[in-house]
Design a protein around this ligand. Structure first.
Ligand SMILES: [Zn+2]
Length: 197
């Protein structure tokens, strides 16, 4: 029971309140104890340090960890106290992540058709030496793909809506244990407002 609670995921935010990682509750509690992080109450965004947090009794029905002398509430979101740390792992160059980066929209005309009506277009075609990279692959609808054919956007008289780049986010949606409801405030915001620099 305790082990199960300690292995629950906790969302980690950097000082700018951007999600940067998912840690176990055990790790989150250690960071809290070390003053490396504070707990965020996802309801009112109030912050708690260890002293405050350990004094709170879990409410009825809330998850808790049974410590030696008391029950600890289980944090769901923590915010780092120290330097902003960017996720170390680069976002995997995958079909799924290209769809996510391009928000399921054709990067030429902007339509958002069904997933199977989107294809991955090489901006500089492979036949012209174009590589399969974040910077050279975008989503295109079938019509745009057909129209562009084996040409560069300039040759085809088509314009990309924005320059494709490697995304900076970490794929939080791939968390093994699934997501926690209270994260949605933090995660969806970051997802939609992610900076594509
Ligand atoms: Zn299109």
């Amino acid at each position: 029971m305790v082990a199960k609670m300690l292995n629950r995921p906790a969302l980690v935010l950097n000082r700018s309140w951007q999600p940067v990682n998912v840690a176990t509750v055990a790790r989150a509690l250690v960071m809290l104890w070390n003053e490396a992080a504070r707990v965020v109450d996802p309801h009112d965004y109030q912050l708690y340090d260890w002293a405050d947090w350990s004094r709170l009794a879990p409410r009825d029905g809330e998850p808790f960890v049974q410590a030696v002398s008391r029950r600890l509430r289980v944090p769901e979101v923590v915010v780092l106290a120290g330097y902003d740390r960017l996720p170390e792992a680069a976002v995997a160059f995958s079909r799924r992540n290209i769809f996510k980066r391009d928000r399921y929209a054709c990067q030429y005309c902007g339509v958002q058709p069904a997933v199977d009506e989107l294809s991955i277009d090489h901006v500089l075609p492979r036949s012209h030496g174009g590589m399969s990279t974040w910077e050279n692959c975008v989503l295109a609808c079938l019509a745009c793909n057909k129209r562009k054919a084996d040409r560069t956007p300039a040759q085809a008289g088509m314009k990309l809506r924005k320059q494709p780049i490697r995304p900076q986010w970490k794929p939080l949606y791939a968390v093994r244990h699934g997501r926690i409801e209270s994260w949605s405030k933090f995660v969806s915001e970051a997802y939609w407002s992610v900076e594509l620099k």
